[in-house]
Design a protein around this ligand. Structure first.
Ligand SMILES: [Zn+2]
Ligand SMILES: [Zn+2]
Length: 849
C-alpha cells in the first residue's frame, strides 16, 4: 500500500487481479442463496455515456453488497447489437454493419473494464452472433407451430423517390431523412406475433410484481394494454342480408344512437355500396381518407372529423329504429370491429361529428342527483336535443328515453343489455384491448433473419429446426435506396424448398430487435449452450431476476415484450414461473447545464452538455466517478452533474485511505476479541461504527445508496477526531479503530471497489475482499443504538449528579445507581429517603426528609 492514493495505479492493479482470480465468476450452487442482479444491456453505439455509467454503477453496488452478504451473485453483461444505426453507418461510411458493431463492442468493453464493473465476462453475449440469434429463430419456429405468428398487410413508411422502406426515425417530420421527399405509407405483407392472446395474463400477472415494480411502470403497461369491457351488437342492414357488428363500451347508451359509422377500410363497405346511389361519393371520400393516411400524421395533430352518408340504413336491434350508415375518418379498423354506433349525446367524438353533420342528439343517460330520483324521469323517445346540449355527457348515470331499460343505472344496464343481446342472438358481452399484435418484420439487413422460405409449390415453409441458424450473409451492398440489402444477396435469397426440393426464396425481412432483448437474460444463465436456448435447471436456479435496473423509456415495449416472452417460454415448458423480474428500478436521468441556455437537460452531444466518462475516469479515477454518481442523488431521481462533486468524492476517498495508512501498522497487534472495558473515546468510536453499519445496511436494503455515503462520511469525521496517536493507543482503542476501519472499507467496496480492495489488503488481508472471505459487517444492536443516556439525579428537586447509562437500563437499576452515586450519597447521608421517583430514561428524583 502506497503512502499516497494513486487511483490509476490501484484501479489497474485490481482489475488485473479480478480477471486473474475470476473474482466475479459465478456458478449455480444449490447450497448457497443466490441473487441475480441485472442491468439493461447496452446498444453498442460506440461509446458509453453517463447514463450507462449510472445504470451500471447502481447495479454493481448492489452486486457487491449481495456478494459481501454471502450471496452467490450472477452479474452479467452483453450487447443488444442488432439494429439500425449499424446499417446507417454502413450507408454513410461504407463500413459493413458487422465490422462497425464489433469495433464498437471492443471499445465499450474496454470502457466497462476501466470502470471496474464486476461482471462475469465469461457470460458475455451479443445479439448479432449466430449462436445467439439461432435461438431467436428457434423461438419463432415454436411460435409458428403454435399459430402464434402470422402474416398480414401492414403499413410501412415509404420513400417513393428512393423506393425504400424508412424507419420512424428516418421519416421524422414526414420527409425522407436522405432526400427530403414527403414520406408515404405503403402496405406490405409482414409477420406478427399474437401478443394479444396474452393480453389478459399480462394484466392479471401484474399482481405478482406489484410490490417490486414502480407503480408508474405498471400503470403505463396497463394503459398500453388498454383493456375495455363492453359488448358487440349486430345492426342489420335494411333491405340486405348483411349485418354490421359494432363494439361499444357503453351499450347502456344504445337508445341514443343516431347513426352507425364505419371505418373507410371496413370490409363490408364494398358490397354495401353495390346499388347505392351515393356509391361514387363514398368511394371518393374513402380514397381521400386513404390518401391522408399515406401521409404520416404530424404528432399530436388532431385530425378534423369528416364523413359521408352511404345512403343505407341499419336497424337498432333494441328499438327497431332506422339509423343512417355513415363512413368517417375517425373510426379505425384497428380498434374494435371497425364500426361504431354514433351516440352524440354521450360521446365527445360522436358529439362533434353530429354537430358538424346535423345528426340528431338524443340524451338517454341522466346524471344522478339527490333531488331527482331516477323514477322521476319520463321516457321521451325520439326527442332531439341537438339545440339543448352544449357538450356530451359521458359519465355513468340513469337511463332515460330507453324503453323498458329506463330507470336503470348505467352499470346494471350495461351488464343486463349485453346479456339480453346475447339471448336474442344479436350481440354478446365482449372485451377488447388497445394492445395490438406485435409486428416483428423489419425490411432491414442488420437483424436476425426470419426463418421462413417461400416455395412456388408449397407456399410458406418454415425452415426446419435442424437447419438453424439461418445465417446472415457476411457482406451486403448498402446504398440506402431500393429494396432491403438482404434481398440483394442472391446466395442468401435463392434456396430450395425444404419440403419439395423445388426452387424457393428466403424471407428477407429480419426480426425486430426487441426479440433479441426479450429473453437475453435467460441466456446469460447458460450462454454457450448449442443444443437449446438454455439449460432449464440452470435457469431455474438463477431466475427470476431479483433486481433489474434500467431506464424508464423501456417501461412499455421491452418490459412488456419480455413479460410476454416469459409466459410463452412457460407454455412450452422452459420456465416454471409467470414473471421474469421480481424487482425493477428505473434510474433517473443524468443532466448537465446546457451552455447556451443555462438549463439542466439530459446530457447529449447535440446540446453540448455531454460529459465523456473516459475523461472523468482519467482525471479522477473510476472509483471517484462511481462514488459521486451514487452519492449525488437517489437512484430514481435526476442526477445533476457536477465536477466539483467528483472532486469531493476523491477527497473523501483520500481521507479514508490516509486513515488506513496512518493506523494500519499499529493495528497489527490489536486484540481479535472485543475487550470488556473501553475508554470514553473508544466507546464513542464504537457507537459511531455500529450506528453507521446499521444505517448503511438499511440504506442498501432500500437501494438508498446516497444516504449510505452520507452516513460513512459522518463516521470518517468521527474517526478523524480520534485524539489518540496510533502508537500510544491502548489495545481496546486499537481494537475499536480496526473494527471501524474494516467495516468502513467493506461498506465502501460497493461504491469504490478498487480502493476498497487496496485498503483491505493494506489492513493485512490476503486474497482480495471476496477471496479472503470478507463479510458485510453486522451492527450490534446495543452499540448501534444511541450510545448512552445522561440521566440527571435530583435530590429534593436539585440536580446533584448525572448518570451515564445504556438506554435499555431498567428503572430498578437506575434507582440503584442513583442511590449508589457518591455525590448523591453525600447529600442523603443521615437522612431518611422518603421516595425515589424514576421517570424512565429521563430523570431520577430522590425526596429526603
Ligand atoms: Zn428518400
Ligand atoms: Zn416446396
Amino acid at each position: 500500500m502506497d503512502e499516497k492514493y494513486f487511483p490509476e495505479k490501484i484501479e489497474e492493479k485490481w482489475q488485473q487481479r479480478w480477471a486473474e482470480s475470476g473474482a466475479f465468476e459465478a456458478e449455480a450452487d444449490p447450497a448457497r442463496p443466490h441473487f441475480y442482479c441485472l442491468e439493461m444491456l447496452p446498444y453498442p453505439s460506440g461509446f458509453l455515456h453517463m447514463g450507462h455509467v449510472r445504470n451500471y454503477s447502481i447495479g454493481d453496488a448492489l452486486a457487491w453488497y449481495k456478494r459481501l452478504r454471502g450471496f452467490n451473485v450472477l452479474h452479467p453483461i452483453g450487447w443488444d447489437s442488432f439494429g439500425q444505426p449499424a446499417e446507417q453507418a454502413a450507408i454513410k461510411r461504407g463500413i459493413q454493419p458487422r465490422d462497425w458493431t464489433e469495433q464498437n463492442i471492443a471499445h465499450m468493453r474496454g470502457q466497462l473494464k476501466r470502470l471496474g464493473i464486476s461482471y462475469d465476462w465469461r457470460r458475455e453475449i451479443a445479439a448479432h452472433a449466430p449462436e445467439y440469434y439461432k435461438w431467436d429463430q428457434w423461438f419463432f419456429l415454436k411460435m409458428f407451430e403454435r399459430g402464434l405468428v402470422y402474416r398480414k398487410l401492414a403499413p410501412v413508411n415509404w420513400c417513393p423517390k428512393e423506393e425504400t422502406v424508412l424507419s420512424n426515425e428516418q421519416s421524422s417530420g414526414g420527409v425522407c431523412w436522405r432526400c427530403g421527399t414527403p414520406v408515404e405509407r405503403r402496405d406490405l405483407e409482414q409477420w406478427f406475433i399474437r401478443i394479444t392472446d396474452y393480453a389478459e395474463q399480462l394484466l392479471d400477472d401484474m399482481r405478482e410484481i406489484e410490490d417490486g415494480w414502480p407503480e408508474r411502470v405498471l400503470t403505463m403497461q396497463r394503459n398500453w394494454i388498454g383493456r375495455s369491457e363492453g359488448a358487440y351488437v349486430d345492426f342489420a342492414v335494411q333491405g340486405r342480408d348483411e349485418k354490421i357488428r359494432v363494439f361499444t363500451t357503453r351499450i347502456d347508451t344504445i337508445y341514443g344512437a343516431t347513426a352507425v359509422v364505419l371505418s373507410a377500410e371496413h370490409p363490408l363497405l364494398k358490397s354495401l355500396l353495390e346499388g347505392s346511389s351515393l356509391k361514387s361519393d363514398v368511394e371518393r371520400f374513402v380514397e381521400r381518407v386513404r390518401e391522408a393516411r399515406r401521409r404520416p400524421a404530424a404528432p399530436d395533430a388532431e385530425e378534423e372529423k369528416e364523413g359521408v352518408h352511404t345512403g343505407l340504413f341499419a336497424i337498432n336491434p333494441f328499438n327497431g329504429e332506422q339509423l343512417p350508415i355513415w363512413v368517417a375518418n375517425y373510426v379505425l379498423m384497428e380498434y374494435g370491429t371497425g364500426a361504431v354506433m354514433c351516440v352524440p349525446a354521450h360521446d365527445e367524438r360522436d358529439f362533434e361529428f353530429a354537430q358538424k353533420y346535423s345528426l340528431p342528439i338524443r340524451q338517454v343517460i341522466a346524471p344522478i342527483t339527490h333531488e331527482q330520483e331516477p323514477s322521476g324521469f319520463e321516457p321521451r323517445l325520439g326527442v332531439d336535443q341537438s339545440t339543448e346540449m352544449q357538450q356530451a355527457f359521458t359519465d355513468y348515470g340513469v337511463l332515460v328515453n330507453s324503453g323498458e331499460w329506463s330507470g336503470k343505472l348505467s352499470q346494471d344496464a350495461m351488464r343486463e343489455m349485453a346479456q339480453h343481446a346475447k339471448e336474442r342472438g344479436f350481440g354478446e358481452p365482449a372485451v377488447t384491448y388497445r394492445l395490438r399484435d406485435w409486428g416483428i418484420s423489419r425490411q432491414r439487413f442488420w437483424g436476425a433473419p426470419i426463418p421462413v422460405i417461400y416455395c412456388e409449390r408449397c407456399g410458406i415453409v418454415p425452415v426446419p429446426e435442424e437447419d438453424l441458424p439461418v445465417i446472415l450473409p457476411e457482406r451486403a451492398e448498402f446504398t440506402g435506396v431500393g429494396q432491403s440489402p438482404l434481398a440483394g444477396v442472391r446466395e442468401f435469397v435463392e434456396t430450395s424448398c425444404p419440403r419439395c426440393g423445388g426452387p424457393a426464396r428466403r424471407e428477407t425481412d429480419t426480426m425486430d430487435t426487441f426479440i433479441d432483448s426479450s429473453w437475453y437474460f435467460f441466456r446469460y444463465c447458460d450462454p454457450h449452450n448449442d443444443r437449446e436456448p438454455f439449460d432449464r435447471e440452470k435457469v431455474a436456479y438463477w431466475t427470476p431476476v431479483d433486481q433489474y435496473i434500467g431506464g424508464i423509456e423501456h417501461a412499455v415495449m421491452h418490459l412488456l415484450y419480455t413479460r410476454f416472452w416469459t409466459k410463452f417460454m412457460r407454455d412450452i415448458g422452459l420456465v416454471r414461473f409467470n414473471e421474469p423480474v421480481k424487482k425493477l428500478l428505473t434510474q433517473g436521468m443524468v443532466t448537465n447545464i446546457v451552455p447556451e441556455t443555462g438549463e439542466w437537460k439530459a446530457m447529449s452531444k447535440s446540446l453540448g452538455n455531454g460529459v465523456d466518462p473516459d475523461e472523468m475516469i482519467e482525471a479522477y479515477g473510476a472509483d471517484a466517478v462511481r462514488l459521486f454518481i451514487l452519492f449525488a442523488a437517489p437512484p430514481e431521481n435526476e442526477l445533476r452533474w457536477s465536477e466539483s462533486g467528483i472532486d469531493g468524492a476523491v477527497r473523501f476517498l483520500r481521507r479514508v485511505y490516509h486513515l488506513v495508512v496512518r493506523w494500519r501498522e499499529a493495528m497489527r497487534d490489536a486484540p481479535r476479541d472485543a475487550p470488556t472495558e473501553f475508554s470514553p473515546e473508544a466507546r464513542r468510536i464504537r457507537h459511531a461504527t455500529h450506528r453507521t453499519i446499521a444505517r448503511v445496511t438499511d440504506d442498501f436494503e432500500r437501494l438508498h445508496f446516497n444516504t449510505g455515503v452520507a452516513a460513512m462520511m459522518e463516521l470518517v469525521n468521527e474517526l478523524s477526531d480520534f485524539r489518540v496517536e496510533p502508537q500510544k493507543a491502548s489495545p481496546a482503542e486499537l481494537f475499536v479503530m480496526r473494527e471501524a476501519l474494516e467495516a468502513l472499507v467493506v461498506m465502501l467496496a460497493p461504491y469504490a471497489p478498487h480502493v476498497a480492495e487496496e485498503m483491505w489488503e493494506g489492513l493485512g488481508h490476503e486474497g482480495g475482499l471476496l477471496g479472503s472471505g470478507a463479510r458485510w459487517p453486522e451492527a450490534e444492536a446495543a452499540w448501534a443504538r444511541k450510545e448512552e443516556l445522561e440521566i440527571p439525579v435530583q435530590v429534593n428537586g436539585k440536580v446533584r449528579a448525572r448518570l451515564r447509562v445504556a438506554p435499555e437500563t431498567a428503572d430498578e437499576e437506575l434507582r440503584r445507581l442513583a442511590l449508589a452515586d457518591e455525590r448523591v450519597r453525600a447529600r442523603i447521608e443521615g437522612r431518611e429517603v422518603a421516595r425515589v421517583i424514576v421517570v424512565p430514561q429521563r430523570l431520577v428524583n430522590i425526596v429526603v426528609k
